[in-house]
Design a protein around this ligand. Structure first.
Ligand SMILES: C[S@@+](CC[C@H](N)C(=O)[O-])C[C@H]1O[C@@H](n2cnc3c(N)ncnc32)[C@H](O)[C@@H]1O
Length: 352
């Protein structure tokens, strides 16, 4: 009799669990929550109910509950990457970023390719508006007549352009599915080939490049060649933006890609420019997820970078993340977060 009732109890719990999962899938969170509570009350060790309840708490933005449940699960001895990532999400939302950062770093020490952990850590380290929002602000503020973008992909960053800006986008494999307005021309080519085969000034009807955004192949020498090619078509007011100049950690900032979240070694470009072109003004905005460098005071007559290209490549290929990890702010010229800081920096540099 006793055995049968225990088995029955087990069956009720599993039936309730199946119903709760179905409710959660359908977005009927109140119903799902009632059942998870009931299950956990009857069987506190029901791990799957607690794990699902954490996700429900996050979905319904109840981060206090989410944090409490995560702590309960971790205390019971169940520790895995997902629960630690979910715990970090709750901590970040509850403004406990320092603890989240340390947990995420622990997750990444075990699995450097945990995509969610890398993404969250990037958010924690560079809070505030992201590179796309900064890009939009540059367009709104500078109102460039001409804009050139290396690395277009799905055209998300291209969406920030003004309708009266003449735009050139370059990408060997653009993945744009919508019809673009007439002011935007896409060249399906590697940037090196594009610059070899085209005269940008001619394409822009004799105008210089007012604003450029380098976001192509995530390697410093490729970004450097893009910069050299862009500078040839610059004038004293040209602003060049380079994505991915603040490396998050070693695994995601190497030349060879080994992680889904990957910004490559583009950050070395800032070091190169600071050393070889002290005449340029270079600073870096702490824009999520991996920084946005700004280069002004260009000189289209300068040949130094082109002449030294091989030497630069050989010297900087072996530079390691550890050489800047403790001094990112100074090494990469990272300014305070916020659009006012950017405007102030550009005005001090006489760039605008
Ligand atoms: C990170 S995505 C660009 C994202 C886009 N700028 C945005 O923010 O929405 C990088 C793109 O660079 C392109 N790419 C790779 N090698 C390139 C090259 N040699 N020249 C130009 N683009 C390149 C890739 O095809 C990819 O679409």
């Amino acid at each position: 009799m006793m055995e049968s009732s225990a088995a029955e109890k087990e069956q009720w719990i599993e039936n309730d669990f199946a119903k709760a999962v179905a409710f959660q899938k359908q977005g009927e969170f109140d119903e799902a929550e009632k059942l998870y509570k009931k299950i956990i009350l009857r069987q506190p060790e029901h791990l799957n109910a607690k794990l699902n309840y954490v996700i429900l708490a996050i979905n319904t933005e109840n981060y206090v509950l989410g944090k409490h449940l995560c702590k309960m699960i971790l205390k019971s001895g169940f520790i895995d990457e997902n629960i630690l990532v979910n715990y970090s999400i709750c901590l970040i939302k509850l403004d406990e970023a320092a603890e989240a950062e340390s947990i995420l770093s622990e997750v990444l020490a075990v699995n450097p390719d945990n995509h969610a952990a890398n993404g969250l850590l990037a958010r924690v380290q560079l809070p505030g508006i992201d590179y796309l929002e900064y890009l939009a602000l540059f367009h709104q503020w500078l109102k460039p007549k001409t804009y050139l973008e290396v690395g277009v992909d799905e055209g998300i960053s291209l969406k920030r352009v003004n309708s009266n800006t003449q735009v050139i986008g370059i990408d060997p494999e653009p993945r744009i599915n919508s019809v673009l307005p007439n002011n935007i021309r896409i060249f399906a080519a590697k940037s090196d080939d594009f610059f070899n085969d085209n005269n940008v000034s001619d394409l822009f009807g004799g105008k210089s490049i007012d604003l450029a955004f380098i976001d192509g192949l995530h390697r410093f020498d490729e970004a450097l060649k893009d910069f050299i090619n862009i500078e040839k078509y610059s004038d004293e007011k040209t602003v060049v933006l380079v994505h991915d100049c603040i490396p998050l950690n070693k695994a995601t900032s190497t030349r060879e890609r080994s992680t889904k979240f990957w910004s490559g070694d583009v950050w070395k470009l800032v070091l190169v420019l600071k050393k070889y072109r002290p005449d340029l003004q270079v600073f870096t905005i702490p824009a999520s997820p991996t920084g946005l460098s700004v280069i002004t005071n260009l000189d289209k007559t300068s040949n130094i970078l082109k002449q030294e290209l091989d030497c630069i490549f050989n010297d900087y290929l072996s530079v390691e993340y550890e050489q800047i990890s403790a001094s990112k702010k100074e090494s990469l010229g990272i300014i305070e977060h916020g659009w006012d800081s950017v405007k102030e920096k550009l005005s001090t540099n006489n760039a605008v």
